[in-house]
Design a protein around this ligand. Sequence first.
Ligand SMILES: Cc1cc2nc3c(=O)[nH]c(=O)nc-3n(C[C@H](O)[C@H](O)[C@H](O)COP(=O)(O)OP(=O)(O)OC[C@H]3O[C@@H](n4cnc5c(N)ncnc54)[C@H](O)[C@@H]3O)c2cc1C
Length: 321
Amino acid sequence: MAEIFVVVEHRKGEVREITYQMLWKAHELCQKLSYKLTAVLIGGKDEPFINHIAERADSVIAVEGEETKNFNGDLYKEILFRLIQEKRPFLTLIGQTPWGMDFAPALSIKTGYPVATDCVDVLVENGRPKAVRQVYSGKLFSRVSFKEAEGYLVTIRSGAFPSDKVGERKAEVIKEGIPAGLPEMKKQFMAFEDTGAGAVDITQAELLVSIGRGVGEAENISPVKELADRMKGMLSCSRPVVDKNWLPKYHQVGTSGKSVKPKVYLALGISGAFQHVAGITGAGTVIAVNKDKKAPIFRVADYGVVEDLFKIVEALKAKLA
Ligand SMILES: Cc1cc2nc3c(=O)[nH]c(=O)nc-3n(C[C@H](O)[C@H](O)[C@H](O)COP(=O)(O)OP(=O)(O)OC[C@H]3O[C@@H](n4cnc5c(N)ncnc54)[C@H](O)[C@@H]3O)c2cc1C
């Protein structure tokens, strides 16, 4: 039976949400195509999350050994290469994360399986996958065809699929040791260095008032901060705001910032690039204010206002005075 691999991503005893998102997509494909769903877990077999993985897959291959305790892209590549050689999965899903980006291209070269990176969907047509990617800051979707191959690799963008849906499968857990005869690893794990939460921890906020480049200049932030204070919320931002030194890095939401889960996320002058939106998949209600009615943020917003953000800020402040 053909098989789909999902590479489990975990750190410090916690599984990363991208894993559940990929397992959900793989479940949908396996159900449609009657394929087997195999989760590949390198390290972490004794972690409590293994049960959550097992209920979303038909088989879990848990590769254990002292060296697998911490992520090492070289080691992942070598272990996955051997598993792929042995099992010949039709499709392997890998997170489009610093982990996945570390080993997926090298794994593609080593296996000869083509890779499509940073995909937001995968379809299977006439026995071959098609990867869906966003272009022009999410304004268009493109479908990527693969050249014919025995198997295919796809890296999946965080937030592309739900993480809370469970495919209701029941996996047997197959424990394996690190294969013998691996080449010497060029990369070595040194240590975890936490960047720290900073002066404010936006990941714990129930209400975030978030500003983007649309705020125009640093001096314009203080009226928005006033609004955030009146609403008893915290101030967060998109990356250009940090790049311009208008706010410190610990305010940044997105793939290279923080993932947040407030009950309400008020996005002011933020276009909605995927790197930003990936950080708000856990948010409750998203409200966007943008003067461009075609801004991609409106695709993910529950409520949208096409207006100058400062008009809305002043109106809200007046209401809360
Ligand atoms: C590797 C990588 C990692 C990245 N990581 C992140 C990340 O973690 N977080 C992140 O945010 N970005 C990240 N980015 C950058 C990302 O691609 C976008 O460039 C960024 O999110 C855009 O920020 P923005 O929406 O504030 O700015 P813009 O895209 O410039 O959008 C500004 C918006 O404001 C609107 N606007 C302007 N004036 C007003 C006004 N007066 N009132 C209302 N609306 C107005 C405009 O219509 C526009 O839609 C990353 C990029 C890369 C390559």
